[in-house]
Ligand binder design. Structure first.
Ligand SMILES: Cc1cc2nc3c(=O)[nH]c(=O)nc-3n(C[C@H](O)[C@H](O)[C@H](O)COP(=O)(O)OP(=O)(O)OC[C@H]3O[C@@H](n4cnc5c(N)ncnc54)[C@H](O)[C@@H]3O)c2cc1C
Length: 491
């Protein structure tokens, strides 16, 4: 089967009835529920783009010859990485970078893992074969994956390790001929209700201590598997018009808690079981971390472009673009935008094949985009608040524009550079980035989606070539700095 259209995707969601709960009720159809349908349509539009721009968005399957979504490619050359980035940036720009879990995130993860399938099969050859078969299945059928890696916050040790409690943290409770029976809960499956399959693994280093642990799991199953239940947070799509709620009405990707009530994971869907070190080392040994950072960099760039573009239009509209404080803030946004672009391109330019022959984005620049955005994005939202101030609360609704005070709005809200309607529309967008619940969830997302800041800092430190830097400083310190030498040199 080839790359899917939006309709194929939506039809797939309707056919496979998963258990999703929202606002106290089971959702009958996620594609038509008011809290979820906007997000489903947005993902569908990405798949329509694949079909419409097949030359740019797909590649030929080495197996079937069919056109497959380019984010599934196992890159072998730098050109593969560049082509894939063009495709991912197209998707990210379509959603203004507001759907961090667009399907390419998981597609690049499994492509990296399939390329390094021997890693999974090193001790248990079946697991390597499972990985190859599963990757082929999801890429040829163009399936959407969600993932949930984290056990619920209950208590943390000083080292930050998870409290692996029986009955709450997800664990294997039984081995049967049909598969592994797992029980517990996991967070936070973004896109959970809108995905075809759920992947469970955990990339966080140092969180397991035992050598064989029932908590050390990597598997993937269909979202309609018996016993699997998704509990959504409240939706930030309030059913408002695109004018009133430009981002929330379009890009609600939804986050969910996942309950596993004795869920059977068929053996051919198990990739790691019990092997603590293998689970902990997966992201770096297979280079999937570099690939997901590269995907994230494209998303970050799209987000930077949106915020910068909005900031430029805001200052133009309010007539304060020439003021020094506006210029300084806009300059900061430009810097973030160019840093993202530069690191993304550097990751491609310095890419090298990994031990499995997969062309791998250079880790340092790729990881840097992820770490930087944890603090840069909250600051970007803050800059919009600082630039907008009261205008971020001057938000008549679409109904107000033609209501009893419509004439007042037209007269008083126009600026030298903008009519009232354009001003209000623009500031609804700025508000949805910097102030609304949808916008604040984006800030939280960028702070935490890739784990907490300390974990990320440690991950960066682990790959940084520290020796090179300290050697250079040592060489400087070792230079002859006697006074006589200096006076001699000066004369
Ligand atoms: C919007 C959003 C979407 C997400 N989507 C997904 C998803 O799709 N899939 C998925 O698997 N996960 C997802 N996550 C979850 C994400 O992976 C976690 O939030 C992240 O790994 C941090 O884990 P935690 O939330 O349990 O916080 P914790 O690890 O408990 O950290 C909370 C805070 O406590 C601090 N802290 C932790 N331990 C210590 C300590 N020992 N001493 C001092 N301070 C400490 C941390 O630095 C942090 O500031 C998402 C999160 C958010 C917010």
């Amino acid at each position: 089967m080839a790359a899917r259209s939006g309709n194929d995707y939506l039809q797939g969601l309707r056919t496979r009835q998963r258990e999703v709960y929202l606002r106290g009720e089971r959702v009958a159809d996620v594609t038509s529920h008011p809290g979820l349908s906007g997000g489903a349509r947005a993902i569908a539009s990405l798949y329509d783009q694949q079909v419409a721009l097949a030359d740019t968005m797909t590649y030929r399957s080495p197996k079937s010859g069919d056109p497959l979504g380019l984010s599934f490619i196992v890159p072998k050359t730098q050109q593969d990485l560049e082509r894939r980035r063009v495709m991912m940036l197209n998707w990210a720009r379509t959603t203004c970078g507001m759907m961090g879990r667009s399907p390419d995130f998981m597609n690049v993860t499994y492509a990296a893992w399939a390329g390094a399938a021997d890693y999974f099969g090193e001790k248990t050859p079946e697991y390597g074969a499972n990985m190859r078969r599963y990757y082929e299945y999801i890429s040829e059928n163009d399936l959407v994956l969600t993932h949930s890696l984290i056990n619920l916050q209950r208590s943390r040790t000083v080292s930050g390790a998870f409290n692996l409690e029986e009955g709450t943290a997800l664990q294997a409770v039984k081995e049967t001929s049909a598969g592994l029976v797992v029980r517990g809960a996991r967070v936070l499956a973004t896109l959970g209700p809108l995905a075809d399959e759920i992947a469970v693994y955990s990339p966080r280093l140092g969180q397991h201590t035992a050598e064989h642990s029932p908590f050390a799991l990597s598997f993937a199953i269909p979202c309609d598997t018996a016993g699997l239940r998704f509990l959504c947070r409240d939706s930030f799509d309030y059913g408002k018009s695109h004018f009133d709620h430009p981002l929330g009405s379009r890009f609600e990707e939804m986050d969910s808690i996942v309950f596993f009530d004795d869920v059977v994971v068929p053996w051919d869907r198990v990739f790691i079981y019990g092997d603590v070190d293998r689970l902990n080392n997966t992201a770096y040994a297979t280079s999937s971390s570099a690939h997901t950072s590269h995907q994230g960099a494209a998303k970050n760039l799209a987000k930077c472009e949106l915020v910068l573009g909005v900031a430029l239009l805001m200052t133009e509209t309010l007539g304060n673009a020439h003021l020094p404080h506006s210029q300084e803030r806009i300059g900061e946004l430009m810097m973030y935008t160019e840093l993202m672009r530069a690191c993304m391109r550097a990751a491609e330019a310095d890419a090298k094949p990994n031990a499995y022959g997969v062309m791998t984005p250079a880790s340092l620049p790729a990881e840097t985009t992820r770490n930087l955005f944890m603090t840069a994005y909250p600051r970007m939202a803050e800059i919009l608040q600082l630039l907008g101030s009261s205008s971020l609360m001057i938000l008549p609704t679409e109904a107000d524009m033609t209501g009893p005070l419509g004439a007042h709005i037209e007269q008083f809200l126009a600026t030298e550079n903008s009519d009232a309607r354009s001003r209000v529309k623009l500031f609804h967008l700025a508000w949805d980035i910097a102030c609304s619940s949808f916008g604040q969830r984006q800030v939280l997302y960028e702070r935490f989606f890739a784990s907490d800041p300390l974990t990320r800092a440690r991950a960066l430190a682990a790959i940084f070539p520290k020796q090179e830097i300290t050697d250079r400083v040592r060489a400087f310190l070792d230079m002859d700095d006697t006074t006589t030498h200096r006076s001699g040199a000066d004369t």
